[in-house]
Each structure stands twice: as structure tokens, then as C-alpha cells.
Design a protein around this ligand. Sequence first.
Ligand code: WTA
Length: 630
Amino acid sequence: MNVIRTFEDYQKQYKKSVEHPENFWSEVASHFYWRKKWDKVLEWDFLKPEVKWFIGGKLNITENCLDRHLIKRANQTAIIWEPNNPEDSAKHITYQHLYDEVCRTANMLKANGVKKGDRVCIYLPMIPELAYTVLACARIGAVHSVVFAGFSAKSLTDRITDAGCKIVVTSDGAYRGDKTINLKGIIDQALESCPDVRKVIVKEHIRSNAPMKAGRDVWWHDEIKNAAPHCEAEEMDAEDMLFILYTSGSTGKPKGMVHTCGGYMVYTNYTFQTAFQYHEGQVYWCTADIGWITGHSYILYGPLSAGATTVIFEGVPSWPDWGRFWQTIDRHKVNIFYTAPTAIRSLQQAPLSFVEKYDLSSLKVLGSVGEPINEEAWQWYSKHIGKDKCPIIDTWWQTETGGFMISPIANVTNLKPAHATLPLPGVQPAVMNESGLEIEGNNIEGRLTIKYPWPSMARTIYGDHQRFKETYFSSFPGKYFTGDGCKRDEDGYYRITGRVDDIIIVSGHNLGTAEIESAIDEHSAVCETAVVGYPHDIKGQGIYAFVICYEKPAEEDKLRAEIKETVSKIIGPIAKPDKIQFVSGLPKTRSGKIMRRILRKVAEGDTSNLGDTTTLLDPGVVDEIKAGAI
Ligand code: WTA
């Protein structure tokens, strides 16, 4: 399948993908099982914007992830489930077993009224049932909307309402290291404001005796009992919706990114196999949660469509101790390991003995995702985990792109620490200056756009195509704007420098500053807030909030704790500000715009040169902010 094994192969394939994109993707797509072949490969217009791939093609992605493997690898492990507690035994789920479970789950959903096109909210911990439910939706043509099980009731309400879900699949709770989380309680609270949800299927997991609401809530084990292990796959159009996944926007409301069946399948499979150089029989582990795009594309769809063995890990890296990742690699003889810089940085702080205790010799390839990886973390990862033998595949991509965009290819691309290196075949980046012109040549810096469609790009924002257009296709008409800045060095290698919009990436999670600000404003003592990111040793970026209160707070620390709690309730614990500074005013321009540039400098602790502040309404406020910096 358009196999790349050398750098020359890459150059050839890349050239072909740019000069004859339709032929290129048509060849890649021919390696899948289609009920009916497409009539036309691509139609596109980035001004509208409208993009369609494999037009007229009919398929079901689960036939490619499950059915077609049964001939050759029915008894091969599809999923290794590593539970939260390492003393409990792992589960090895074969392709045959996965097929049976997905079909049974699909029949259970059908029996509970789910039909093709319906949106199903999934709020589950990292247990096998999460994979079963996601794939079961795809099997019957229902659209899954997975909400990360760390999100709060309010975030759930917003996502359930926006997607118009009538059914939720959840569990009685989740383990997180030595803690438990009451997922069902959060669902109950969320559903108080979701009158349209008629059914909640609850998987018993932590045995918390969760209260069940009569007429609405049913137990998974009761419903699945009589479900048959066979379910005919629904025939889907290549452009039918496969899932919605929410990501933070630079205005308050999260965006429901819509991905479709055909192009997403082709691209996640191709990039998984190409970038990691996956070989038949290898064990692959991505530590992300399935609630994020990384889990969708590179725990489930990419690896499963490739017939790989994929690890689903329920635990956390720090429990029972900092050796958990390395123990798991040793235990399951993981060959390809894919994690986030924030995890690496926190593991780097622990004594090396936690690494040295385990045999990591099975590792062949390492991956990184979610934020720019700093050089120190890169070196540590390479030396102590990869033993200087494993390439680090620094994959740059986004919820919106569906799959890897700029990334080295294992053992093919020469690496440079902290560089995502080169575009994968099919990806045509263009770096733009602020006045909207493409910057040609190397040794340049600017805003990263993509000028040609690729198969797994999001097609719209659910229910808001206008916002899709404004967010991604208006800054540089005719191009997809990523929201990231980048450098292109003398070798044409890309280095992503970070967001250029009001999104901050905390421990690899995207958060909109506006979203956090409006959560803080919910506290009754708060009048106005401005939030910025600042460099944080472990999380990459931390959250710094400048808060104006109606009255000068009597007990600042108490109020800080309350504000954090408010944010945690409204968005989730990941969005809690790290630092809160109470101020009497914010640096605003005469037109009322907050000059975030100044706040960012203060938050970074660099107040020596704040630039021009003369356009501020009240330049005096800057001195007060500087003096009170934390
Ligand atoms: C950032 C995660 C540098 C980037 C797959 C992007 C990265 C945002 C990298 C998308 C990387 C992701 N190097 N930055 N390798 N990977 N990013 O939607 O700012 O959760 O725009 O998708 O993460 O985050 P998202």
C-alpha cells in the first residue's frame, strides 16, 4: 500500500500526492473493503468551504476494522485492556471477540431505539465497553459523540444539547489511580437540563450502587444479556457523518467537529501505518484517552483498521507509582509507544530507578503528540525510554485534521529534536505572513495553513457551518488556517511554535481562554476576568487569571479556592487556573479590547519590556498589575 521504506520513497510518494492527489488517494483507498467503489475521488472548494472525498463510495468502517480481519486474524489480540489496578489482570480481546461484542452492543443500542443518523453521547472511562460502544455506533450508522470522562456536568449538558443526543451510555463510575469518580452522578446532574435524553445505559464498573432513574436508566448487563453477537453493518455513504467530537474554540462555545466515514478511515489507517512504520504483529500503545481525537484515530480506528494489537489503558502514569507506564510496556511487550510531552515531563521528574526496573527492549518506535515537545523532554525520552535506538515521531495534527499532518516517518526521516519535520504525503502546508501572503523559501516563520484538502479533514462544525468558515477559512481565503504558528528551517523542516489564537494547551488539552473566563465570571464575587497562558514546567502551559471583583476580597486565598472550584464544576478539573491575581482593572485599549500581550508578559514574569502601552485607556493599571504579579 504505497509503502514508504526509504527517504527516496517518501520523496517520490510526496511528489505524486501533490501532482496527482486523486490517483494517489485512490490507490491508498483501494486497500479497503468498500461495498461500492467511489465514482469520483474529490470535490472541493475552500471558499464555501466544501470538501467531499470518495464520492458515491459505500462502506462501513467497522467492516474494515473487524469483519475483514476475521479470515486471517480472528484469534489475534485486537485490544489489550490494562486496568487501573496493575494487580488486576489485563484482558486480551481477540478480533473475533471484539467483533462479537461490538455486534452485541450494536444490537443493544438498536433495541434501545437508536437508529442511523442518531447522535449517541458516550461518557465512559477507558474500559473495553467504551471501544465496543464507539464501534457499535459506527456499525449501525449512529453518530458517536464521546465526551472525555473528566468533563463536568455543565460541559456535558452543552455537548449533549448541541449534538441533540437522546441517549447516553455511561458507567456507574470510574477509577483514577486510588480515587473513584462518580460518573453517573455527573450524568444525572447534566441531564437535569437535557429534557430530550430519554435513555441512559449504565455499565456497572466500580459497583457504586448508583441510583437509577426509573423509565430512563437501564443497566448494560440487563440490556446486553439477550443481544445477538451478529449485527449486519449499515451501509454508509463515504460522506455520511461518523462522529462529532468537541474541541475548544477561541470564543466560549466548544465546536462540534464533524468527521465522515470514508476519508477518515483511509487517512487514519494510512498515517498510522506510514508514520509509525507499523509492522504486522506489533503491539501498539497510545496513552491518550479515547475522549480525545488522538484516542479516536490512534487507539481505535487507525490501529484496528490496520489489524494491529492496540492497548487500552485505564490507569494513570503516577499510580501506584511513577513506573506504571514502563511496567505496562514491559508486561505487554509494547513495540510502538505514543504519549504526550506533558506526561514525559512529569515522568522525567521521578527517579530513573522507576524506568530502570523494567525491560523496555521491545520498544521500536516512540511517538509524541498534543503540544510542542521541548528539547530536554525529547532528549530524555530518546535516551532513557528509547535507549537511543527508537526514533521519536513528533506528530503535529489537530482534532480538525483527523489524522497526522506533519510528522517524521519512523526510520525514514532524519530527526531533529522538537521538530515535527516534514508533511506527510497528501499534506500541502503554506506558511503565511500577517498580511496574508504566502512566505516562500526556507528559514522563515509565520502562520501555518494547509492549501489542499486531505481525506480526514473535518467537514463542518455540527450545526454551524458559518462558524466553520469563519474560524478556519476566513483568515486566509482559499486556505485552511490551523491556528498555529511555525518555523520552517533551512532543511524545510517544520517546528510548531504554538497557538497564535486565544487557545491555550494545558497538559495537551486545548482550552479556550474565553471559555475559562466565562466560567470564572460565574462566581458571584467576580466582575470581569482575563485569562492567559504562561510557560509551565510540567503542563507546557499553565492558566493565569487576572480577576476583577466587585469588592476587594477579604480573604484572597479562600476566594481563589472558590473560583477554582467554580471552574472545575463548569468545565472540569483540567481548566482550573494555576494562578489567580486580583486586580482593580485590566489593560484595555480605547476601543475596549484587552491587551493580552501585556498580560502574557506579566504572567511569564517578564515585565522589563511591555512594549507600547500608550494606546491604553488607563496606562496606570499596568503598574498595579506588574506590582501584584504572582
Ligand atoms: C497542538 C491533538 C506541536 C497544536 C492531536 C494543535 C502540537 C493543537 C503537536 C491541536 C505537536 C498537537 N507539536 N504542537 N506534535 N500536536 N499540537 O485538537 O497547537 O487536541 O493546533 O489535537 O495541539 O490539539 P487537538
